[in-house]
Design a protein around this ligand. Structure first.
Ligand SMILES: [Fe+2]
Length: 314
């Protein structure tokens, strides 16, 4: 655990140094810091996002840990593209990722396709706090027990599947009946920390100048998961959302082309259109935050509204 006032790399000088931070705090193993002395406390900043984060962080008594080091790569896109993608962009998946879904279905059966259909059928886009957002599957009661297990691609592996079956009673005890039925797909914590729940990976999108973004990406697993399970999950991440991953290649190309296309002489004259399912977001009886169906841009609207408001202050 680092010191409260002394952290981290002096990125401008390309070497490690001491930079005073205004606040340093942790949430169930994740470390957050800010240079802003006026920032709210971490619990207040995360707000109701914690309700959903626990589904990923608090399944087991031992918590989670990162494995395999960090992947870093730079792509030519505005950093807000990946943030808004993972805050609730369900509608891109069947089109952007159709090749890999078709190939995976041919090789491994309907597992991945079923996972996508599960998101389309049971997914909800939620803004627990303005600027934070998540796509989460809210599974009904009475489905086959394996349906409620975490993970997507990696959980197609029998070793991983057996592990999650064995620890599900512990997870249910810790999370309660409702959250046992919640399966986070992707999320963004404002502004640039994202999580791909089904693939057990977290990432930060650092701006590296106009139109350039550096990703820092990690694999996160249960601290007490057996070695062979960790290994399958790590390999699954590399195959899907690592820097050379099939899904990552699809998404990265989208983000780069959106950034490039937005600079065109005609494109710059027009605002982006984020009106999908306008006004359909509402309070939910069981879920904190504003909730809509999966084909909605309300989480993106809240994200950009917060961004605009904060940039207007300076
Ligand atoms: Fe994607």
């Amino acid at each position: 655990m680092p010191d409260q006032k002394t952290v981290y790399p002096n990125l401008d000088k390309g070497k490690w140094g001491l930079i005073p931070v205004a606040q340093l705090d942790t949430y169930k193993g994740l470390i957050f810091a800010t240079f802003d002395p006026g920032a709210p406390t971490l619990p207040k900043y995360l707000g109701d996002m914690r309700f959903y984060l626990d589904c990923l962080l608090d399944r087991r008594e031992g918590g989670t840990e990162l494995i395999g080091g960090v992947h870093k790569w730079i792509i030519e896109t505005n950093w807000k593209m990946p943030a808004e993608n993972m805050i609730g962009d369900v509608y891109h998946a069947p089109v952007s990722h159709s090749s890999i879904i078709t190939a995976a279905t041919a090789l491994n059966g309907e597992g991945l396709n079923a996972s996508m259909q599960q998101i389309t059928e049971h997914g909800r886009n939620v803004a627990p706090e303005p600027g934070h957002g998540i796509t989460v599957r809210v599974l009904p009661e009475g489905l086959p027990p394996d349906t409620y297990l975490p993970g997507d691609a990696a959980s197609l592996n029998p070793v991983v599947l057996d592990y999650f079956r064995s620890v599900q009673p512990e997870a249910e005890k810790r999370l309660g009946a409702l959250r046992t039925r919640l399966k986070p797909a992707t999320l963004t914590i404002y502004p640039n920390f994202s999580w791909i729940g089904g693939v057990f990976t977290i990432r930060v999108a650092h701006p590296r100048g106009p139109g350039k973004t550096e990703f820092c990406s990690w694999v996160i697993v249960d601290r007490d998961a057996p070695e062979e399970v960790r290994d399958v999950i790590r390999q699954s991440y590399i195959l899907t959302f690592g820097p050379s991953g099939t899904f990552e290649q699809d998404d990265g190309e989208n983000w780069q082309q959106v950034t490039f296309g937005s600079r065109g002489t005609q494109a710059v004259k027009y605002p982006y259109h984020f009106a999908m399912a306008m006004g359909e977001e509402a309070q939910h009886a069981e879920l904190p935050g504003l909730v809509s169906g999966p084909m909605s841009e309300h989480t993106q609207r809240a994200f950009y509204l917060r961004w605009r408001n904060e940039m207007s202050k300076t």
